[in-house]
Ligand binder design. Sequence first.
Ligand code: HEM
Length: 450
Amino acid sequence: MLRFFFLVTTMLAATSAVTTMQEAQAIREIVKLLPDNNAVSPFSRTDVIGGIVRLAFHDAGTFDQAKPNESGRSDGCVDLNSADNAGLGRIINLLSPVVESNKEVMSRADVWALASAIAIKAALPNNEKIHIPIKYGRIDAVDATSACRETDFSKLPSAELSHQHTTTVFAERMGFTQTDITALMGAHTLGRADSKDSGYDGTWVRSSATFDNSYYNDIIRRPWNRETNNNGQHFWVDPNQDGTIMLNTDMALAFDIGDNDNVNSNNCRTRGRNNGYGGGGTRRNDCPSGNNADLVQQFADNQQLWYKDFSKAWIKLIELGYGFNKNETLTLPVGNEINIIIPTTNNVAGTPPSQRNNNDDDFILSGTTIRVTLSILCAVFFIMLITLTVYCCRRNSTKKVFQNSEDVVVKEVTVVNAPTPTEATAPNDQEMYAIVVSVPSNNCVDKNFE
Ligand code: HEM
C-alpha cells in the first residue's frame, strides 16, 4: 500500500511540468553543494563533481533496449548491494536535501540528472559552454539504493575487459553508437578511482575537476604501461608515475589491447604522441591502433567537437527508457529561461587549460629529453670505452716489444744525432742510436717497430 502511494505521488510530481523558476531553485541548491577547489574534507571538489556524474551514469546505465519496460533506467535508484556502485551512497546522501526540498516538483531521478548537468557545467574551463538541457518527468523506484527496477548486478561495465565488452554494454544493450561511446568515456576526465570503492586508485587526468579533453590527449599523447595491483586488477600507468591511471576500457578506445579473453595477458604498451596513437604496432610490443582511435584523436584535437558529441550522448543516456509509454514522456521546463551563474572550477581556482596543456607538453618533452640525453651519454661512454681499449692495447704491445726481448731481432744499429719519428731509442745509452728491429706479427704493435 505504502509503495503504491509512493509511486502515485512520484508519478503525479513527474507528470506536472517543472517551471524554469523551480528548476532555478534546484540548481541554486545543487551549486551550494559543490566544494571549492581547496576543500578536502569530507569531500574534495573532484570527489563531488565526479561522484555526481558517476551516480547519474549508474542510475541510467542499467537500461536494456531489448526490455525497455522491465530493465533499469534513470529511476533514482542504484543498487548499493552491487560492488559496482560502491561509494555512491555518499553522493546519494549529499544530494538528499535537494531531493527532499524539491520533491513536490521533481523526482529523485530528475534531481540526480539535473545535478549531473550542473556538475559538468561547474567543471568547465573558463569561457567554455556546454548545452545540456534537462527534461523532467522521470519515475523513481521506491527507494534510492536497493529497490531498483532490475538489480544492477552485472549490468554496469567491467574495467577488466576490452572494447568488445564496452560495445556489448553500450552499443548492443543500450543502443549507443561508437561515437557516443567514445564521447561518453571522456567523463573520466572528472573524478577519480578510489581503492576503497573499486580497488583502482588514481585520477585519469591531472586536472580531475575540469571538464576538458585532456582525457583523450593523455590516452594518445602519453606513454602507458599496464600494471597489476595487489587485488590482481589491471590498470595502466604512465612510466613517469604521476598518480594518474587508465583502465583497460579507456585504453581500448584508441588501442587494440586484445579481446575479452586475452586482454590482460597482452603486454603491449604505448609510447605517447611521438609515435602516433598505438605506435602503429611498428615497434616491438607496441599496441596497434584500435577501432575508435580516429575518434579519440578528433576529440583530442577539438574540444568543441567533444562537447557537442558528449552532450548529445549524455542526454540520450539520462533519458534512456522514457518515451516508450505515452504517460512516461519527459518534458523541458516551462517558462522564460533563467540565467544562473555556476562558478566553474577555474573561477574557483585551478590552472587555465592553455597553461595546463603547456605543462603537459613540457612533461611529455621532459620524458623525451631524458631519453635523448641518456642516449647521448651512452654513445659518449661507448666512444670513450673504445678509445681506452685501443690505448691500453697499444701500451701493452709496446711493453711487450721491450719485455720479451727474445722475440725481437735486431737488424741494424746506427749512431745518430737525434731520433726521428720512425726510430725507437735505446734507453740507457749516452749516445743516440737508431735501432731497426723486426718483431712478431701482432695487430697491436706500433708500426714504428716493424
Ligand atoms: C567501460 C565503461 C566504464 C568503466 C569500466 C568504468 C569504470 C569506472 C571505475 C572502476 C571507476 C572508479 C570508481 C571508484 O573507485 O570510485 C569509475 C569512475 C568514474 N566513472 Fe566510469 N566507467 C565506465 C564508463 C563511464 C561512463 C560512460 C561515465 C559517464 C559518462 C563514467 C563516469 C565516471 C566518473 C565521473 C567517475 C569518477 C567517480 C568519482 O570521482 O567518484 N564512467 N568508472
